[in-house]
Design a protein around this ligand. Sequence first.
Ligand SMILES: Nc1ncnc2c1ncn2[C@@H]1O[C@H](COP(=O)(O)OP(=O)(O)OP(=O)(O)O)[C@@H](O)[C@H]1O
Ligand SMILES: [Mg+2]
Length: 270
Amino acid sequence: MTTESVASSQSTIVSSDAGSQPLLIENLTKCFAQGDKRVLALNGVSAEVNQSEFVAIMGASGSGKSTLLNLIAGITQPDQGRVLIDGTEITSLRDPALTRFRRRKIGLVFQSFNLIPTLTARDNILLPVLAGGEQGPLSVNELLERIGLQDRATHRPDALSGGEQQRIAIARALISDPALLLADEPTGSLDSVTSQTICRLMKELRDDLGRTVIVVTHEPDVAMWADRVIVLRDGQKLTEFETKQFPDAQALAAFYQETVLSSGSGAEIL
Ligand SMILES: Nc1ncnc2c1ncn2[C@@H]1O[C@H](COP(=O)(O)OP(=O)(O)OP(=O)(O)O)[C@@H](O)[C@H]1O
Ligand SMILES: [Mg+2]
C-alpha cells in the first residue's frame, strides 16, 4: 500500500474556513488523581501540526494519546501549557465560547464512539447540525454511502455492530466539515478493508479539502496514510518522523517497534 494510491474524491469541493495557521501544542502537562496517587498523563508535550497536514499519534496503551487529543479539543483543561488552533488559544476558552469554537472548527471521533442510544444512525450523524452547527459539502446520505452504511440509516446504535457504530461516529465528525478532525483510534473496531476505506476518506479530506487530520492509532497500516507520526511514551513526546521514508506499513512498524523498545521506560506516578 502506498499513500499515493488514493482514489480521488467524488464530492463537490467547497472551501470552508479551514484557517491558515499551524496548530500549536505548547508544553502540555496533565495530571490525574487515581486514588491517593497522581498520574502524570502528559508531561510537557510540544508539537506543531500544519494546516492540511495528516498526523498520526502512536504510543503504547496509557502513554497519553487520548489525553493529548482531549486537550487539543478543549474537552480537558491542561495543568500547564496551551493549544492554539488557527491562532485561538482553545485552552483558555470557556463555555459558551468553547462549545461554539469546537462546533465551528473541530470534528471529534471518540475512542468510545459516544453515540446517542435513542437516535437513529442518520440522526446521530446529523447531531452537530441539529445542535446549531453548519452542514458541510457532504450530505448525510453521501456520508452514509461513503462509509458503506446507506442501509443502516434508521437503525439505532444497539442494532449496529461495533464497527458500524464507529463508522457512524466518524460520519458525525465529518457532517459539519470541520477544519480539524481529531479521531481517537477511529479504525480500532474495523476490519482491514473498512479501515482502509476510512483512512482514504480522511486522506481525501486533507488532499481535496485542505483539512487538518490528527488520528490516534496503534496500527501501522493506518499511520502509513499520515504524513507524519508523533510517538508518545509515558506522557512525553519520544520522537516524530515522516512516513514517506518507508516503503510500506511493515517497514514503518519495524522502525516504530525498534524506536519504542530502544528507549527507556519511566511512567511517572507522583
Ligand atoms: N480521567 C482520568 N482519571 C484518572 N487517570 C486517567 C484519566 N484519563 C487518563 N488517565 C491515566 O492517564 C494515563 C494516560 O491515559 P490515556 O487515556 O491518555 O492513554 P492512551 O495512550 O490513550 O491509552 P490507550 O491506548 O489505552 O487508549 C493512563 O495512565 C491513564 O490511566
Ligand atoms: Mg486512548
